[in-house]
Design a protein around this ligand. Sequence first.
Ligand SMILES: Cc1ncc(C[n+]2csc(CCOP(=O)(O)OP(=O)(O)O)c2C)c(N)n1
Ligand SMILES: [Mg+2]
Length: 890
Amino acid sequence: MKNLAPTDAAALEATETREWLESLDYVLRQGDKGRSLRLLEALQARARQSGVKPPFTSTTPYINTIPVNEEVPFPGDREIERRIKSLVRWNALAMVVRGNRESDGIGGHISTYASSATLYEIAFNHFFRGKDAGRDADLIYFQGHASPGIYARAFLEGRITETHLRNFRHELRPDGGLSSYPHPWLMPDFWEFPTVSMGLGPLQAIYQARFAKYLENRGLKPASDQRIWAFIGDGETDEPEALGSISLAAREKLDNLIFVINCNLQRLDGPVRGNGQIIQELEAVFRGAGWNVIKVLWGSAWDDLLARDTDGRLVKRMSEVVDGEYQRYVVEDGAYLRKHFWGVDPRLQEMVSHLSDAQLKHLPVGGHDPMKVYNAYHAAVHHKGGPTVILARTIKGYGLGEAGEGKNITHQQKKMNEADLRSFRDRFGVPIPDDRIADAPFYRPDEGSAEIAYMKERRSTLGGFVPKRQVKAPAATLELAEVFDEFYTGTKGRKASTTMVFVKMLGKLLRDKQIGELVVPIVPDEARTFGMESLFREVGIYSSIGQLYQPVDMATLLYYKEAKDGQILEEGITEAGSISSWIAAGTAYATHGVNTIPFFIFYSMFGFQRVGDFIWAAADARCRGFLLGGTSGRTTLAGEGLQHQDGNSHTLALPVPTCRAYDPAYAFELATIVQDGIKRMYGDGEEGFYYITVMNEQYDMPAMPEGAKDGIIKGLYRFKPAEAPGKARAQLLGSGAILNEVVKAQALLVKYGVGADVWSATSYNELYRDAHRAERWNLLHPTETPRVPYVAECLAKTEGVVVAASDYLKSQPDMIARWVGRPVVTLGTDGFGRSEDRTALRDFFEVDARHIAAATLSALHREGQVDAKLVRQAFKDLEINPDKADPAIS
Ligand SMILES: Cc1ncc(C[n+]2csc(CCOP(=O)(O)OP(=O)(O)O)c2C)c(N)n1
Ligand SMILES: [Mg+2]
């Protein structure tokens, strides 16, 4: 070779390559794939022995994974399905275009669905199982901004009306509308899973698929061949959540899970990987994680070209073109393609010499070819032993032509002029006459038409319409006194933390005959932190394959027991994964018809702050259950410092409308909240959830004062009235572990002649909401007797200054200040945490008994109720340093 001229060397190499490929073809024609594989392995081995080091490759060539000779025939009526799809396309587009004509900027997306119409239609006509089939329906995470297409189909199916379509993104119109994206809160009979915050859908789908197996393995749901589908954008895969847990899906062998990634090579601003190939990149990632990867890149019209690609030149060319260039081909004409794709090699050019420029231009990509998409789904649902991802190449804005097909602006294209509409109509053959086209009218063929009949027949065969949300689990009558009673009587001198109390409560709930098996404890590698390890042995850690090893602590009582029917979901260090399991379990009353009661306990700082968007999605999905923020309280979690010490989470919980957040101090408060929560969610059917902070400071748990229950739930009750009125009065509010500081301050103040009542504020968030409810009612009913907010009912008529101390932001007690009738002095833990012990932390943040007492006297002095001398003396006694740095920013 060395001595040959370069052109001769190239010619020789081409001949050799062809000969080798012909030999391989010969073996392949004998029909034995195993033989060809063995041959390739032998060649590789020989090459290695001779010092050739094949580069590592995690990708396959840039062609369809399923070869033509393995395709199964298409079972449907191609022509009628094409017509149906065209009508869905049209109505989806008309919704957005008309919506924006009527109110400019109302939004909506045309191009995403335009690219994924075939991906959805094949699934609707042949795969998605509905809920009426008498077996488990598929659970489908739709790509959020493809929703116009899903609505347009529902319109053709007769599930929603033309008025609904007209009111897309006008949900507040009196005759009803459609929400922008999948929102179970807003459309509870339609959407099951909120997806549009990108990345959350794919991650939740993985944990949903795992949870379905968990239910089966624990005998809470019969085994089924239910599938979980997640439709995802290729741009969306840049979200860390989207790919972050794919290894779990492979490890758990989730063959009930199918990802369909709509690889239109574009995101909002431009190409996903202009300089690379997103499909190859994703293939490598998923293959590396152990997924079954099916690439659907080229439509059937390419089959013949590929069959003639005897020397691999076409495949090589396909593999070397970057996505930015592929995108360019979409907007350029056939001549451009001939020159720039085929023209790089005369032999490639020759391959397509029989095709016109127009034919070249319209060689379809795989994701728009029903046959290819059908085959990919067919292979995916028959794949056993692991999850499948389908990487389907599509064109963003397919069919929009000049109005945006393949253009960088296409994601936000919402306007089309008459000429654009006309060309779209012509391209898809939508029967709308010229004189009406400018109005973009919705179009639904007669009820008796072949199209409607076909759609309905397909859906009825597959078990009814999708998406559809249905609450199937019956409400339960719950008698849980046996579980909770002991917590109301106090620990009688024994010290305990609220975390310990919670763990004990959880253990009793797990043992309860009525609901025990429905309880789902979820921990992100933090069970020992919360003292939950006894549950490992007692109820087991869920493992789909049991325990294949003898745990190192086998000989101990509390060994690390993994079991197929284990109840605990020990998720490892993933709050995002854990919350996804929590959401799956908390929505199982609708998705699976099982009232599972999830308790997710985590480091409170890594909850709302870290996975707040999931918690928002949980609310949107009408999730039920309990979130336990462990090791909570900025000064109560000692030692850890600023990354761990949580003084924020109650404030972060406030915006979530269905989340009730509580900061209980004592066992009886915790018991009241949990018992009431179970009743409300699983007995009364409320679709909301609880966030409860629990602490690790140990102290004596008192018995519940008479009549406190109602106030605990509403957020405030008088825990300890002043023993004597004193010369001056004060109302002291505390919550969580800080309530003990308030009780101590009450005692300190006696010495200065102040009679203080102590209140436990279990939830400022709930007090605030209640007060606003009352205030709004008063505003709207000016002539009627005003309602009194609960917090005002409690405090407005009391005497003395009001001082509230919290282990969270001062904004917590501030929230109720305007209903108290006088100023509220608030002490809280705004600022960065510190590694210190509790005493030092509470001094630093000025929330200890000394500072509470000092603040009370200071306020009383300003009110003219105690004189300056007494305050000065008190500050000296209490060692208060008025010139201390402000903890809020030091
Ligand atoms: C977390 C999050 N960030 C940003 C957005 C805004 N957004 C909506 S769609 C979109 C582009 C989507 O691109 P891709 O995932 O490729 O979907 P395609 O429309 O191309 O199918 C963006 C940035 C969002 N919805 N969620
Ligand atoms: Mg995209």
